[in-house]
Design a protein around this ligand. Structure first.
Ligand code: TXA
Ligand code: MG
Length: 324
């Protein structure tokens, strides 16, 4: 049975005790809900992979509450430090080379035996208190079944992972709504592995040139780049300019005509609002559309600037040919 906790101090303390004892707890971050476990405990980390049905070659992001703690585990470069000061706590994940001189070891299962590690300091009180109270670095992927839509509320997590995890801390809906931006600093040129909550434009202003990693060209560097991902059950059709009678509409801005099931990511074409609504609306349209016997979800086009890049990335993967 999965315990449901509020974000009161005493319940976060109970959740931290579960983490200390090797359990798995879902918690809200500003991006999406994460499924956390003690990153130094291999048995605990294995529970994350098992609960999500996640392939073991796909490494996890390790979450910290403080910079000093984080840089005990990864090498501190000048650029990493500058980005850390500017964007943490926040929706940025940095891939850095691991340090080998720390007696406390992150489980190699959490990093899929890579010499690098993805690290982030999340920007919710609940996430940082959970890390502080447990006194552990916390490995946490998004708290959904592998390959499915990420959760932006505690209810989404409960629907998918009830009975499979020890607890869920409900801290309300996530403010950003899409996952963190992943920037790889372990190579010669900073490389964007996944667009996310911090815009490419904001990062470029500090890093200068950023390479964009194309999954098809590079094979898989970040397995979140696997093409079919964030997949609802109904097929997704992108950049639509009309909607068939047996489709649901996911609109953006002034909606195209449709009398059936529809949701608007942001009637004012605001990309922050659209990102916040994205995963919840995809889930709603999928569930209601299936109940109504619809055959697909048609999505209007969204500009690929700012948070639009992350939104388009998730929608493209949701629309990708299904591998399973
Ligand atoms: O916003 C987020 O990043 C959320 C919250 C919970 O922090 N987490 C999240 O985790 O989205 P997940 O596991 O769903 O996605 C993490 C991505 C995966 O695509 C994984 O392949 C990549 O990070 N990753 C992890 N370690 C890596 C590494 N050392 N090198 C390259 N990619 C890595
Ligand atoms: Mg994920």
């Amino acid at each position: 049975m999965t315990s449901l906790f509020s974000d009161s101090l005493s319940e976060i303390q109970q959740a931290a005790t579960i983490i200390k004892h090797g359990g798995v707890v879902a918690f809200g971050t500003e991006t999406v809900y994460g499924l956390g476990a003690d990153a130094t405990n291999t048995k605990a980390v294995e529970k994350i992979y098992r609960a999500k049905g996640r392939p073991s070659f796909n490494p996890l992001i390790i979450h910290f509450a403080e910079l000093d703690h984080l840089f005990q585990f990864v090498q501190k470069t000048e650029l990493a430090y500058e980005l850390a000061l500017k964007f943490w706590p926040g929706a940025l994940t940095l891939v850095l080379n691991q340090r080998t001189d720390n007696p406390i070891k992150i489980s190699p299962i959490a990093t899929a035996y890579l010499p690098t590690m993805a690290v982030r300091i999340p920007n919710t009180k609940v996430a940082r208190q959970l890390i502080q109270f447990s006194k552990k670095p916390i490995a946490a992927p998004s708290a959904n079944n592998s390959g499915k839509i990420s959760p932006s509320t505690a209810q989404h997590v409960f629907q998918e992972l009830n009975h499979k995890i020890d607890a869920i801390i409900d801290s309300g809906p996530c403010q950003v709504g899409v996952e963190s931006t992943i920037l790889d600093l372990s190579r010669d040129t900073p490389t964007l592995l996944r667009p996310g909550g911090i815009s490419l434009e904001a990062l470029t202003s500090i890093c200068g040139t950023i390479e964009i990693s194309h999954p098809i060209e590079t094979k898989i560097i970040s397995p979140g780049q696997l093409s079919s991902h964030y997949a609802p059950s109904l097929p997704v059709r992108l950049n639509c300019t009309h909607v068939a009678p047996d489709e649901a509409l996911l609109a953006f801005g002034h909606p195209i005509e449709h009398t059936g099931l529809s949701k608007n990511l942001s009637i004012n074409a605001n990309l922050e609002e659209a990102a916040q609504n994205l995963f919840a609306y995809l889930r709603d349209l999928d569930a209601q559309g299936q109940a109504l016997g619809l055959k697909g979800i048609a999505v209007m086009s969204i500009p690929q600037v700012g948070l639009g890049l992350a939104i388009c990335d998730r929608l493209t993967r949701a629309a990708a040919p299904r591998t399973t």
